[in-house]
Design a protein around this ligand. Structure first.
Ligand code: GLV
Ligand code: GLV
Length: 334
């Protein structure tokens, strides 16, 4: 029996690769540090029944129009702004993502950034290594208290809610804004709904958990940064373009806000000559929020299972465009 060709845009953790190899003729882009160049991606997609894509791979109408055999794009990420979902839907290609498995791991990292920025952990480590540590000092590296303060969440999906749960342990007041008010969660998580402007004005820490859409691009702009407290810390583990980075640079430089912890950037990788990297009150991580051994392995398994399900004529567990699944008559476990 010939197995359907699947192109995998980067070698995934073994659990995913092994699963894929059991049900597909797998080809893999073999350079770990960079995505396949566009021409390679287009060529491979043109022969493939399934694609396992990363957030670095643009799956747009041009690609889909040249991939006549393609049945499924299984994204190895929860976010899917790299995929033109409408185009996939029009062409009857199922798109899937990896929700849930990375929720807690991503919330952990949002907290790591929040605490590191509040207490200047990265700056303090550099200080220790620099040989500048002469003695204990009353006002050395003072930061912001986290406990008992107000946390503002912009976006209350799975990850936003997981961040809120952790705040209970720090005795924080938690405010949130989302396009959908989640009264069902308010009592359980002890959180209060506010208009976006009030979340920004009232919070000591603001953490972003929205998907990237035309509505959320540059949601955090110069005006909104100005509305925040001068002691505020901004954390972003969602997508870089949700913040206007030029405006954030100015806000951090001028003391409009106090610090920021970012895992995501408008352009990734962040250029080493980015002005952001001149700021001592900014922590910059290379998009690693879901990067734990266990979670990346589970994401790989999930992406592989989603891909193989569609190729076997079954409904995948995590469709982004479930209408296509219905239209194709795919059923779970069938
Ligand atoms: C990573 O950013 C993801 O969307 O999973
Ligand atoms: C992502 O999983 C979210 O809903 O926040």
């Amino acid at each position: 029996m010939t197995l359907p060709r699947v192109y995998v845009c980067r070698r995934l953790p073994d659990r995913g690769m092994d699963l894929l190899r059991g049900g597909a003729d797998v080809r893999v882009w073999d350079q770990n540090e960079v995505p396949p160049p566009r021409d390679v991606l287009l060529r491979e997609a043109s022969q493939a029944f399934g694609l396992v894509s990363l957030l670095t791979d643009r799956i747009d109408d041009e690609l889909l129009s040249q991939a006549p055999k393609l049945r499924v794009v299984a994204n190895y990420a929860v976010g899917y702004d790299n995929i033109d979902v409408d185009a996939a839907t029009r062409r009857g290609v199922v798109a899937t993502n990896t929700p849930d498995v990375l929720t807690e791991t991503t919330a952990d990292l949002a907290w790591a950034l929040l605490m590191a920025a509040a207490r200047r952990v990265v700056e303090a480590d550099a200080f220790t290594r620099s040989g500048k540590w002469r003695s204990w000092q009353p006002e050395l590296l003072l930061g912001q208290d986290v406990h008992g303060r107000t946390l503002g969440l912009v976006g209350l999906g799975r990850i936003g809610a997981a961040v809120a749960r952790r705040a209970q342990g720090f005795g924080m007041r938690v405010l949130y804004h989302d396009v959908v008010r989640r009264e069902d969660l308010e009592g359980k998580l002890g959180i209060q709904f506010r208009p976006l402007e009030s979340v920004l004005v009232e919070s000591d820490f603001v953490s972003l958990h929205t998907p990237l859409t035309p509505q959320t691009r540059h949601l955090i702009n110069a005006d909104r940064l100005r509305s925040m407290k001068p002691t505020a810390v901004l954390v972003n583990t969602s997508r870089g373009p949700v913040i206007d980075e030029a405006a954030l640079y100015e806000a951090l430089k001028n003391g409009t806000i106090w610090a920021a912890g970012l895992d995501v950037f408008e352009r990734e990788p962040l250029a080493t000559d980015s002005p952001l990297l001149t700021l001592p009150n900014l922590i910059a991580l290379p998009h690693v929020a879901s990067a734990s051994f266990e979670t990346r392995s589970r994401m790989a398994e999930m992406a592989a299972a989603n891909c193989l399900a569609v190729l076997a004529g079954r409904a995948p567990a995590n469709p982004i465009n479930p209408g296509v699944v219905t239209r194709l008559g795919l059923r779970e476990g069938a």
